[in-house]
Design a protein around this ligand. Structure first.
Ligand SMILES: *Cc1c(COP(=O)(O)O)cnc(C)c1O
Length: 384
């Protein structure tokens, strides 16, 4: 046997399998933490999941789908497609179904991006967009945000001949802010027609502002807008991986050519159909957020944190940048009490934590712990 060679290998070592340019430069997506060492059942407020769980009707549909485990799904998801078309009054053939909206972003990127192309997103844009772009050798351009909000003019300033996709989560993650319907319309009007504007509506149902729209109406007659939605948040079906996009017909048809033949499952399709019909569960979810989001914002501000105004099912809180009351120390303090929140240093926000709006007991536990954290540190700061 030969002696083992050194690891990691030289990137240009001859005769070794080598990924395409850029692949090894991608930082893998880091999901919100799900476990705390030594704590059996932590409260997970780190991934913006639905703390009410999921619709009982969706669970029944999921269980019934166990009878069909041996079968391949309808790859085009005909029944779900028809249900979505009816629910949103859109054309079924313009719908793209994906293994989560993540896959819709990945398929759009694969179909429209190549080496030398670029995408434009906000300074704090959702991590999945950049991964999909870089996987296709495209450049990621970041437009500065103002007060944690997408700045339409800064986005437009990043666009050039090689821009193929522009991504806006509205409301945004991790900031929680939204862009008004007028601003989106102004952006679209100024955008060159070769650029696809992707409006990611993962949190759109949680935004109650009168001047907000998910963009579906604008998309109906546009040749370069894709609006995406997910079953992961409002509908509480993150585990089943179902997202969708409403695209111009030509875009939907392009993506259809590269879609994996069976990218959504029978159980996922069935649960999604049931969830769409469960207006009671949707109302309870929205009611929970509408009740506790303002309370959390007010309480966090009350203990001296900088809270970014949120239109989503989470809030972003800013901590002092020096001393003992940093975001990192707060995250550890909360974890020691079984509370998982999301550190967002990876988004260029090392002084913030993102906290999903939970059930009453969760929200109260977070505020109690953070009051203690801020208060204790205040006392500890004082010279004795
Ligand atoms: C959670 C989330 C999604 C949904 O992703 P899925 O792949 O559908 O689970 C999309 N966009 C943003 C900004 C999100 O935070």
């Amino acid at each position: 046997m030969n002696a083992p060679t050194s690891f990691p290998p030289e990137p240009d070592a001859p005769g070794r399998p080598t990924p395409r340019p850029g692949i090894l430069g991608i930082a893998p997506y880091t999901p919100g933490k799900a476990t705390i060492p030594g704590i059996a059942a932590p409260i997970k407020l780190s991934a913006n999941e639905n703390l009410l769980g999921s619709s009982p009707l969706a669970k029944e549909a999921f269980k019934a789908a166990a009878e069909d485990l041996a079968l391949y799904p309808d790859g085009r998801g005909g029944a779900l497609r028809a249900t979505l078309a009816d629910h949103y009054r859109i054309e079924p053939e313009r719908i793209i179904l994906g293994c989560g909206t993540d896959e819709v972003f990945a398929m759009l990127s694969q179909a429209y991006l190549g080496a030398g192309d670029n995408i434009v997103q906000g300074e704090y844009g959702f991590g999945a967009y950049a991964i999909a772009a870089r996987a296709n050798e495209a450049e990621v351009r970041f437009a500065p945000e103002r007060h944690f909000r997408i700045d339409v003019d800064a986005m437009l300033a990043q666009v050039d001949d090689r821009t193929r996709l522009m991504f806006i989560a509205n409301p945004a993650n991790p900031t929680g802010t939204f862009v008004s319907a007028q601003e989106i319309a102004r952006l679209h009007a100024a955008l060159p027609p070769h650029v696809i504007l992707v409006l990611d509506g993962a949190y759109s149902e949680y935004c109650l502002e009168p001047d907000f729209s998910d963009g579906l109406d604008l998309a109906r007659s546009a040749s370069n807008i894709v609006v995406t939605h997910t079953f992961s948040k409002l509908h509480g079906l993150a585990s089943l991986r179902l997202g969708w996009g409403y695209a111009p017909l030509e875009v939907a048809e392009a993506v259809e050519r590269i879609r994996l033949p069976f990218n959504t499952s029978i159980a996922g399709q069935a649960a999604a159909i049931a969830a769409l019909g469960d207006t009671d569960f949707q109302a309870r979810t929205l009611d929970l957020t509408e009740t506790w989001r303002p309370w959390l914002i007010q309480q966090l501000a009350g203990i001296g944190l900088d809270v970014v105004p949120s239109s989503a099912n989470f809030v972003l809180a800013g901590f002092p940048t020096d001393g003992a009351r940093t975001a990192q120390a707060a995250e550890a303090f909360l974890a020691a009490r079984g509370l998982l929140v999301r550190g967002v240093a990876g988004y260029g926000l090392p002084d913030h934590l993102r906290i999903t709006v939970g059930l009453e007991a969760h929200n109260r536990a977070v505020i109690e712990a953070l009051s203690e954290f801020m208060g204790d540190v205040v006392r500890a700061d004082r010279p004795s």
